[in-house]
Write a protein that binds this ligand. Sequence first.
Ligand code: XMP
Length: 649
Amino acid sequence: MEIPSTSVGNSEQIVILDAGAQYAKVIDRRVREQAVHSIILPLDTPASQIIESGYKAIIISGGPESVNSNSSPKYDPLIFSTGLPILGICYGMQLLNKVHGGTVVQKSVREDGVFDVQVNNTSPLFTGLGEEESTLLTHGDSIDRIAEGFRCIGRSTSGVVAAIDSVEKNMFGVQFHPEVDLTINGWKIFDNFLFRIAHLRGDYTMDSRKEMALAAIRKQVGDASVLTLVSGGVDSTVCTALLREALPHDRIFALHVDSGFMRKNESKSVQTALENIGVELTVTNSWDTFRNGQAMIGEEMSETLGVTVDPEVKRKIIGDTFMNICDIEVVKFGLDPTTCFLAQGTLRPDLIESASHLVSGSGNADCIKTHHNDTQLVRALRSQGRIIEPLQDYHKDEVRKLGIDLGLPEFLVWRQPFPGPGLAIRILCANHPYLPDDAPVVAKELSSVVSSFSYENESHIKNIVTTLIPCRSVGVQGDARSYKSLCALSWKGIEGCPINWPLMLQVAKEIPKRVHEINRVIFVFGEALENDLFQTITPTHLEQSVIDTLRSADAIVNEILLKANLSQKLSQVPVILFPADFGVAGKRGIALRPFITRDFMTGLPAEPGKDVDLGILHEIVRRILNEVPGIARVSYDLTSKPPATTEWE
Ligand code: XMP
């Protein structure tokens, strides 16, 4: 399936052949970031098509299959004789090796996570890199015999072939993922491939694309009217600003749905900000509709949102309710639903994500996806060509540049992403405590991970307490979604020893690797916890008072971060309310999740003391405990993605 692209123009293009990877869209992004135009096509695209279309280089992505499996994706062997430079990533490297006569086998070790790889930086692919690079590996199969004519240019610490090249054939392969943030110098590898190896010009620039987007809007809309949904996030705001540059203003109708899950004063400030750039925004007050919203789950109607605890059901109800409200508002605007257009700020990764969802059947995309981009109204309009997505060729950072170009104020353009379902997915709901089977055994395993942890300063290890928390959150590993228990760390501060944050982060990384019932680790501020296991929670649902509690905590965090000028440095800071009572009946926990990522496919927790000032953190904790009633403890999410996700549900 082809992922469309609207702006071909005269720029040079490369092709990404998709072997079913989660990460194809991230490869696409990395390439486009370097001002090279890319297109994603299926792996079995005929070589003749690649030649005819004039693509200048080929990247073969990773994929979940084994190259040795009968069900491995088909490919045209002639792609290896086109003479074009080829970069194979993960599955792509193994295919390159196999096709040229090497072997690939399933070894006893699987490598999943961040590993150091020794690289030969005399290879043109690795020019400018160090001798050892930190990379993300996720593979079960490995190269056994390297194909003739190729050489090993990288090895992981466990001895696995991590990269190969044949300078003569102009073919290169890496076992790791250079496209994700966790591979620190991955961008440099793309830079080498695109410019040193494929000698591209890098001529895919913003200016040409903005003009193309404006022309495409005018052509598609003609003299019809457009409804635009404005959440206040950067994408929908830039989309609206672009429409205003393309069309007469009286044909643009802007709607903001206040679901009741917005941040404090959010809807009001979105309205004011949009008014300031000349957009008259209609705001609905829809909390009651959402609270009483239901959705069909399979054959059955769900409970109402106000009493639902399942994260996926919550998302489904919110998505459906959004669209029902839009249907009503279209009529109120006096628009003709059979002729009007709907504009959305869909970005290129969104589009690829939903398309690759169809192609590869990956179940992962839908758990992070907002549903209000894809409902009945949207689908009906799409099939009639009445959805406008002028940002469909843009990535987040490019949208920000475009926003500045269009004269939007910096604070709007630099807003952190906020999920469509809002605070609703930052409140973990539960009727009962959740503990894994054999919880006492799991709790013992947690403490033994810490006591056996090797660290130069053993006395610091003795300060760490582990506690199994009776709540679970969503995580992601490989292609799979997980829904697992939370582990808390706390600190005894023996003889006044200050918290060792780097050590905390290392321990947090180790725990989910060793204890498979855990996908997220938090640090709990304050006195060390006394139990290795809690058994009780405060039942939690999406009720007004609960939402207000999170809204107040979230407002404190944002006020302080804004003052400290940290909003740009931290990619996103979700604040979460969860039902753990920490032994104090009726109370709940708050978690802070300062998170650093560019692609949101992978990412790291911000390190306290390095990325976030400790004084600021302590001020946040103190103010939440003093000003927000009903909070037992404030905590800090120490988990990277994977194994956790950015949001907790
Ligand atoms: P996760 O939690 O999967 O999130 O690591 C990755 C990014 O997506 C955002 N997110 C959403 N955005 N609607 C949205 O518009 C949603 O339903 C949704 N769920 C997650 C999340 O905040 C992060 O930026």
